[in-house]
Each structure stands twice: as structure tokens, then as C-alpha cells.
Design a protein around this ligand. Structure first.
Ligand code: HOZ
Length: 420
């Protein structure tokens, strides 16, 4: 038995499923999860000292690769000043100023500790601001694990075959209305059936938790228009796409401005960070300025801010990075299309996903036609060949600035030998 297997056996005795987040348990692909000991650049090494080319990248934050020396240095400096004060600190101001400068339409921002918290808070704010209670979300979009969002959710909820979680009360779920991704008429219908009642529509501008599903041309623009016509706020959940598709995230990439935007992952560089923000008129409703309450002892934590600030500054200082990521994403996707005939490969920038279906994959229903048993076999094959993919079909492959074309070609070559 290897060290990962041993650790997993021990973990299962004291942690639900042996993990702190369900997808990591490898339930969707079988076998024991690899316990990761360290990472550097585009590579991670497990407790058995096996090294893999990593296409998970901590589910998004590691856009510069693991152990970026500047991020590491910034964290070390912050650590030497103290881990947490529960008081205002200078890096929070620098972080807010930077985000407001880089993101279109961003005038005020509140730091929190995770993407889940960011979404939960943004939804409360939207309800407080509009005085309305209902929300629209899309089947297969994942917005973290707060009660009102665990309705037809993607990611781990979908992987485990239970997109609606036990423990969510009817009361919490009843105000969440479901639309179909890339189908504006399903949104129109909900607005028509609930006049003056919808506080906000929340969307992953690129579906990245049902595999990767790009927005159809005009879809995001259509959502903007419908929200405007119906007095609802448009919320972009940019936990994955923020600072990944462009400095200004999907808003900049697709030229559509949301009213509120939620962040996580890249803004923390691997530390637990989330944020939500938007126009002053809306954000001014947040306590202590306004009556929408939201707080946190560790919010704006100085070490987390140091890591995130350094990450964002490095992204800003390398204007060619996004072009490179786009090229690498396209190269990987093209290679996988050739290597895996009969699969549908979707790609947006540095987000890539191979579905084991003829496709096209454009929404939750078509994503679900993917043969998840074949994905499991593919995952194991790739792992054996030194390629670490998401241990579940309904996730993205993340390309980072630390990957080389050679890394991508190695992944493509491994996929070519898959006989599933
Ligand atoms: N929710 C993440 C996938 N979209 C998984 C988080 C984790 O296991 O770290």
C-alpha cells in the first residue's frame, strides 16, 4: 500500500469521506486520492514521491504555477508582521484599489474568505438593495455551497449525482428559480412569470462547473438586457473566470458589465480569499454604510492580501500572459480533439474540458450526456502517465503560465494512447 492509500485509510476514520471537499475523494473516478506533498511551477508531487503535470492548479488560483517566488516572498514578509489582527490593515486598501482599477465598473469591493461567502453575501446584498426575494440561477452552474445555490448545482454536487442537497429547506430553495444555460427564452419566461419579484440573476459567465461550457454569442448580452428591462441585478460569478480570462475577467473578455461580481481563487493566489463588489450605489448598502449585514474576523487577512496582491500585480505586469494562455488553451484543446476522436472538447482561454460525448456541449443537459465511466478510465490512464486531471468529469482543466508547450504536448500524447 502506498503512502496516499495509507493516509486515505486514516483520513476516512476521522473525516467524512476522508476529505475536506467532496470531489477530492476520487469517488467519481475510483481509487485512492493522491495526497499532495508539494508543488513547483506546473508540477505537483504526491506523498509517494510521484510527480505529475498538474492541470487542476488548486481549481484555479495557481495561474502562475505553484510556489511562485514573488508570491512566496510577499507571504513571508507578511507572516513576519503578524498573521491576523481583526483590524483594518494597509494591504486591504491596496487590494481594493487594485481591483477597482483593473475591473470594469468596479467601484467598491468587500473582501471575504471564499467564493461561497462572496456569492452568499452578494445575493443578500442584491435582495437588500432591490427589496425583492427571488433569484434566477442556471442548471449546472455552481456558486458555492450556500443553501439557496444548492439547487441543480454543478461541480461536486453534480458529480455525486445529487445536484440538490439534503439539509436545504424548502424555504431556502423556493426563491431560487432555474433557467437553462444559453437559453434566453427560459430566462424571459421566468421574468414574465414573476413580475417585479426577481432581485438578481446569477451566472457563471463561462460555465466551468459542468465541465467547460462557453456562453453562446449574445447570451450574456441578452441577460444584461433582460435584467435591465426587469429591474433585476446581474451578478457575474467570476470565482473561476476572474483574472483568468483577462485582468477584467469575463466582463472584459465578453464586453458585458454586471452589477455585482464575485471573486475567489486567483485573488488569493492559493490563500482562502473571496470578494464581491460593484457600483458604489449598490455596495453602499453593505454594513456599516448600509443595512445589509456581512462580517468576518479573517476577512482581508494580511497574509492572504499579501499573496493576492502580489499575484494580481504580477498578472498586470505581464501583458502578454493572457495571449499566451489563450494560445496554450487552444493548442491543448486542438490536440485533445485529435487525440480523443468522438469527444467534444470545449475551450475558453486557459479553461479546457474533454467530454466523452459526440456533443456539442452547450448546457447542463448536453454536459450530462458525457459518459462518466469513460472519463473515469481516461482519468486513471492519464494519472498513470503522469498527468493530473480533475478527478471528475464536470470540472475544468486549468492551464497556467507555468505550463510549457512541451507539458501540453505530453498531456496530448498521453491522451492519444487512451484506449477507452
Ligand atoms: N468545488 C471545487 C471544484 N469545482 C472543488 C474544490 C476542492 O475540492 O478543493
Amino acid at each position: 500500500m502506498g503512502r496516499s492509500e495509507e493516509l486515505f485509510e486514516q483520513a476516512k476514520q476521522v473525516m467524512p469521506g476522508g476529505v475536506n471537499s467532496p470531489v477530492r475523494a476520487f469517488n467519481a473516478v475510483g481509487g485512492a486520492p493522491r495526497f499532495i506533498k508539494s508543488g513547483r511551477g506546473a508540477r505537483i508531487t504526491d506523498e509517494d514521491n510521484v510527480t505529475y503535470i498538474d492541470f487542476v492548479g488548486s481549481w484555479g488560483p495557481m495561474i502562475l504555477g505553484h510556489r511562485d517566488p514573488d508570491v512566496e516572498q510577499a507571504v513571508m514578509e507578511a507572516v513576519q508582521e503578524g498573521l491576523s489582527f481583526g483590524a483594518a490593515t494597509r494591504r486591504e486598501v491596496e487590494m481594493a484599489q487594485l481591483i477597482c482599477r483593473l475591473v470594469p465598473g468596479m467601484e467598491m469591493v468587500r473582501m471575504v474568505n471564499s467564493g461561497t461567502e462572496a456569492v452568499m453575501s452578494a445575493l443578500r446584498l442584491a435582495r437588500g438593495y432591490t427589496g425583492r426575494e427571488k433569484l434566477i440561477k442556471f442548471a449546472g452552474c455552481y456558486h458555492g455551497h450556500s443553501d439557496s445555490m444548492l439547487v441543480k448545482a454543478g461541480s461536486g454536487a453534480l458529480t455525486n449525482g445529487k445536484p440538490d442537497s439534503a439539509g436545504v429547506t424548502r424555504g431556502a430553495a423556493q426563491d431560487t428559480l432555474l433557467a437553462q444555460y444559453n437559453d434566453l427564452s427560459s430566462v424571459e419566461q421566468l421574468f414574465r412569470e414573476n413580475p417585479g419579484e426577481i432581485a438578481a440573476l446569477i451566472v457563471e459567465p463561462v460555465g466551468a462547473n459542468m465541465g467547460v461550457v462557453p456562453p453562446a454569442p449574445g447570451f450574456l448580452q441578452g441577460l444584461r438586457k433582460l435584467c435591465d428591462e426587469n429591474g433585476a441585478l446581474l451578478i457575474f460569478d467570476e470565482v473561476i473566470t476572474g483574472f483568468r480570462l483577462a485582468l477584467g475577467g469575463a466582463q472584459e473578455y465578453y464586453g458585458v458589465q454586471a452589477d455585482l461580481v464575485t471573486y475567489g481563487k486567483i485573488i488569493g493566489a492559493g490563500m482562502p480569499v473571496g470578494a464581491y463588489g460593484g457600483k458604489k450605489a449598490i455596495m453602499s448598502q453593505v454594513s456599516p454604510l448600509g443595512s445589509v449585514y456581512q462580517a468576518g474576523t479573517l476577512s482581508g487577512n494580511p497574509v492572504a492580501m499579501a499573496a493576492g496582491l502580489c499575484n494580481l500585480r504580477k498578472l498586470e505586469s505581464d501583458p502578454s500572459l493572457y495571449e499566451r494562455l489563450e494560445k496554450m488553451g487552444a493548442h491543448l484543446a486542438d490536440g485533445l480533439r485529435q487525440a480523443l476522436p468522438g469527444c467534444a472538447v470545449n475551450q475558453v482561454g486557459s479553461l479546457v474540458c474533454a467530454f466523452f460525448t459526440e456533443g456539442p456541449v452547450t448546457d447542463f443537459a448536453s454536459a450530462q450526456t458525457s459518459d462518466t465511466h469513460r472519463y473515469a478510465a481516461y482519468f486513471s490512464h492519464m494519472l498513470k502517465n503522469g498527468i493530473y486531471l480533475a478527478p471528475a468529469q464536470f470540472e475544468a482543466m486549468f492551464v497556467s503560465g507555468a505550463h510549457t508547450m512541451e507539458d501540453l504536448d505530453r498531456a496530448i500524447a498521453a491522451a492519444r494512447t487512451f484506449q477507452g
